[in-house]
Design a protein around this ligand. Structure first.
Ligand SMILES: NC(=O)c1ccc[n+]([C@@H]2O[C@H](COP(=O)([O-])OP(=O)(O)OC[C@H]3O[C@@H](n4cnc5c(N)ncnc54)[C@H](OP(=O)(O)O)[C@@H]3O)[C@@H](O)[C@H]2O)c1
Length: 291
C-alpha cells in the first residue's frame, strides 16, 4: 500500500486523551491521512472533541455507526481499566477486516481478541510520553491475522510520532520497563543534576539550559556514533580528571546497578499489572455475557 492509498483511508479513534492527541498531531503534521478522515470519539467530554476538531480539522462524533462506517482501522486509546467497557461498546462494529490497534499498556493481544470477539488483525503498541512531540520510541507487536499491507500501514502510522520497532509480544513488558518508563528515568536524573547545580551555586535557569543541551548533545552522539556508550564514556574520562572523580562517586553508590534493578523491577511490574488487568477484563466480560 503506497502513501497515496493510505492518505484516503479512514481511521476511527476511540479515546481522545493525551496519547490519542499525540497520534492525531503526528498524523496531521505528517499528512498521513486526510485530516477529515481521522474520526474520533470519547466517553463524554464533548468539549475535548470540539477542541480537537478545531485544532486539527478532524472529525468527531458520538454516533458509532458514523464513526465506524467505512473505517477498517480502529485505534483504541482509552485507559486500560476502561478497555472492557470501550470494547463492549464498539464490538458490534468490528469485523474480520478491521485492523485493531491498541496503545493500552498491559492488555495482551489475546485479551483484545477475546474482548473483540472476532478473528481480526490486532496490533499492540507501546509508545512513550515523548509521542506528544513526535519523539516516541514505540514498540509494536502483532497477531497472525495482520497482513503485510496492514503491517506497513501501522509502521508508517507510528513513524509519525517517532521511532518504531516490531518486537515479539513477549518482549513488550521489557520495552515498557525500558523505553515506556524511560523518559521518567531521565527526568529523575535531570532532577538530581538540577539539585546539585543549586548546591554548587549555579543559577537555576542557566543550569537547566546547560543540562538540557548536554542531554541533547549526548543523545545525538549516541545516535550518530558507532561506538558503544561505554567507549564514548571512557573517551571523555581522562585519568585523574574531573569526570573520573565524579564517576568514582557514582560507582561507589552503585548507580549503574540501581538503574539495572530499576528497569528489571519496572519490567516485572508491567508483567504483574498486565496479568491482573487481563484477568479482570476477561472476568468482567464473562460475567457480562454469561460465557
Ligand atoms: N500518555 C502516555 O504517555 C502513554 C504512553 C504509553 C501508553 N499509553 C496508553 O495510552 C492509553 C491512553 O492514555 P492517555 O494518557 O491518552 O489517557 P487519557 O488522557 O486519560 O484519555 C483516555 C481517553 O479515553 C476515553 N474513554 C474512556 N472510556 C471510554 C469509552 N468507554 N468509550 C470511548 N472513550 C472512552 C476518555 O474519554 P472521556 O475524557 O470522555 O472520559 C479519554 O478521551 C492508555 O491505555 C495508556 O496505557 C499512554
Amino acid at each position: 500500500m503506497d502513501q497515496e492509498e493510505i492518505f484516503m483511508k479512514k481511521i476511527a479513534m476511540v479515546g481522545a486523551g493525551s496519547m490519542a492527541e499525540a497520534l492525531i498531531s503526528g498524523m496531521v503534521n505528517n499528512q498521513f491521512i486526510h485530516n477529515e478522515n481521522i474520526w474520533v470519539t470519547n466517553r463524554c467530554d464533548s468539549q475535548k472533541l470540539q477542541q480537537l476538531e478545531s485544532k486539527y480539522s478532524i472529525t468527531t462524533t458520538y454516533r458509532l455507526e458514523e464513526l465506524f462506517q467505512g473505517s477498517d482501522v480502529v485505534i483504541l486509546a482509552v485507559k486500560p481499566k476502561d478497555a472492557g467497557a470501550a470494547l463492549a461498546k464498539i464490538r458490534p462494529y468490528l469485523t474480520n477486516q478491521t485492523l485493531l490497534i491498541s496503545v493500552l499498556a498491559g492488555v495482551s493481544i489475546q485479551t483484545l481478541e477475546r474482548l473483540a470477539g472476532k478473528n481480526l488483525a490486532v496490533v499492540r503498541a507501546m509508545p512513550n510520553t515523548s509521542a506528544t512531540i513526535g519523539k516516541s520510541a514505540t514498540a509494536l507487536a502483532f497477531n497472525q491475522a495482520l497482513s503485510q499491507d496492514q503491517k506497513g500501514l501501522v509502521e508508517k502510522l507510528f513513524a509519525t510520532i517517532g521511532l518504531t520497532r516490531f518486537v515479539e509480544e513477549s518482549h513488550l513488558d521489557a520495552v515498557t520497563g525500558l523505553s515506556g518508563s524511560g523518559p521518567a528515568y531521565f527526568y529523575y536524573l535531570v532532577e538530581a543534576m538540577e539539585k546539585s547545580a543549586a548546591e554548587i551555586g549555579l543559577d537555576a535557569n542557566l543550569a537547566k539550559e546547560l543540562i538540557v543541551q548536554t542531554l541533547l548533545g549526548t543523545a545525538e552522539m549516541l545516535k550518530n556514533s558507532e561506538k558503544p556508550s561505554q567507549q564514548l564514556r571512557h573517551e571523555v574520562t581522562s585519568p585523574g580528571g574531573t569526570t573520573e572523580a565524579g564517576i568514582r562517586v557514582l560507582e561507589h553508590h552503585q548507580v549503574q546497578e540501581a538503574f539495572i534493578d530499576c528497569i528489571k523491577e519496572a519490567t516485572q511490574q508491567s508483567k504483574r499489572l498486565g496479568m491482573k488487568l487481563s484477568e479482570e477484563l476477561i472476568h468482567s466480560r464473562m460475567n457480562a455475557t454469561g460465557d
